[in-house]
Design a protein around this ligand. Structure first.
Ligand code: SF4
Length: 284
């Protein structure tokens, strides 16, 4: 009975992911796909699913892990990432904030209202740069339905409408050095990702980042979970509203080359270099 439930659940999950892949043409035949692999349940499921589609789309897969420098948290995630990449025979490239920027998140988090602010900027920079250097056609991330709805509402709350162009399961190439991002779990609720890991006995890194509670995202997450409990389907409805409103109405930001590091940027100096300058001034 348990095996039957598991198979049914896996079949249904795969079917929903396949639908997003088909609806939005996330994968093309023969592509090289880099997977952002933290070791958490979302990125591990993303890697397992892409492995399932590997032959069908003739994909070449590679994984990238980034060590932000969070003592007592990231090491375990990295171990899990190594273990599963090894199991699926996918090459894992390991990068770190220390190696790329000469700093650890633990050293600079207090300079910001939330550690997630520098963490997100630096991690996106490292992932894109590495995927580009590897010659990847796509960069797959483990963003699930909950993540996307939270990001969407955060942008609303901050009146940051420029970010709306960054939502959706596929971000097109808008600069030669910006690897298009895909989110295969875009319609999968976080709860289902957890159920997948438990039902299949997949060892994933379930621990929460010690900095996560400081963020607006964490507050929105709790709030949305409470609403979802009382009004099931709310999260999916928010995602659908977004899909309908913005699907054909994306204002793409023009991108240039950062004058300092040469990476793609919407400004003369990219956010990563701006932050690094700021951090250096503050800790001098
Ligand atoms: S919760 Fe914030 S600080 Fe922690 S890994 Fe995620 S983005 Fe970085």
């Amino acid at each position: 009975m348990e095996a039957l439930n598991r198979e049914k659940f896996n079949y249904n999950l795969e079917k929903r992911v396949r639908k997003v892949i088909e609806d939005y043409k996330l994968l093309e035949d023969g592509e090289k796909v880099a997977i952002a692999l933290s070791g958490g349940k979302d990125s591990i499921l993303t890697m397992f699913l892409l492995d399932k589609f590997r032959n069908e789309f003739n994909l070449q897969l590679v994984a990238i892990s980034v060590d932000e420098g969070i003592l007592g948290y990231r090491e375990e995630g990295l171990e899990t990432a190594r273990k599963h990449a090894d199991l699926l025979e996918i090459e894992l490239i390991e990068k770190s904030f220390k190696g790329e920027f000469g700093l650890q998140l633990d050293q600079i988090h207090s300079l910001y209202k939330s550690a997630c602010i520098p963490c997100g900027v630096f991690r996106r920079h490292v992932l894109n740069k590495t995927a580009y250097q590897l010659g990847a056609d796509k960069l797959a991330t483990g963003h699930n339905l909950d993540d996307e709805v939270q990001s969407y509402l955060m942008s609303f709350a901050r009146a940051d409408f420029r970010r709306f162009s960054k939502f959706g399961p596929k971000l097109d190439r808008i600069h030669p050095q910006l690897v298009p991002r895909i989110k295969p779990l875009w319609r999968i609720p976080e709860k289902d990702v957890g159920i997948w890991a438990v039902l299949n006995g997949v060892d994933v890194h379930f621990a929460e980042c010690p900095y996560s509670k400081q963020s607006l995202r964490a507050k929105l997450k709790n709030y949305l979970n409470k609403i979802e409990e009382d009004y099931p389907g709310t999260k999916l409805n928010i995602l659908k509203s977004f899909e309908k409103t913005f699907k054909h109405n994306k204002t793409l930001t023009e991108l240039f080359k950062c004058e300092k590091c040469g990476e793609a940027s919407s400004l003369r100096i990219c956010k990563t270099c701006e932050m690094l300058d700021d951090i250096n001034k503050k800790i001098e």
